[in-house]
Write a new protein. Sequence first.
Length: 117
Amino acid sequence: VHLVESGGGLVQPGGSLKLSCAASGFAFSSSTMAWYRQAPGKGREVVASLNIVNGRTDYKDSVRGRFTISADNAKNTVYLQMNNLKPADTAVYFCNNPRYISRSDSWGQGTQVTVSS
C-alpha cells in the first residue's frame, strides 16, 4: 500500500482547498477509500468515505455539506474538495483504505491544512 497526499495549505476561514491522494498497491477500483484528519493533540478521525464500487459516500457531521469526496479510477486518485473551511478544520489530512488502517506502514505523510486569518 502506497498513499501520497497533496494539496494542503494555509487558507482563510471561508476559503476552499482540494486535496488529492494517489494510491497504489491494492485494487483501487474495488475499494472503499476514506479521508482522515488529525488535529494537534487529538486522535485521528474519519472525515469522509467513498465506496468506489457503488459510489456511496458518508461524511462526518461537522463537514457534511461543505466537503465532497470523489475519485478518478483511471488515475487511482481520491479527492477531497473542502469549501467554507473553518479553523476547526485545521489538521493533517490523510487518505487510506479502511481495510488497511491498522497497518502503520499503510499511512502516507499526510498534508497539512491550516485555516486561519
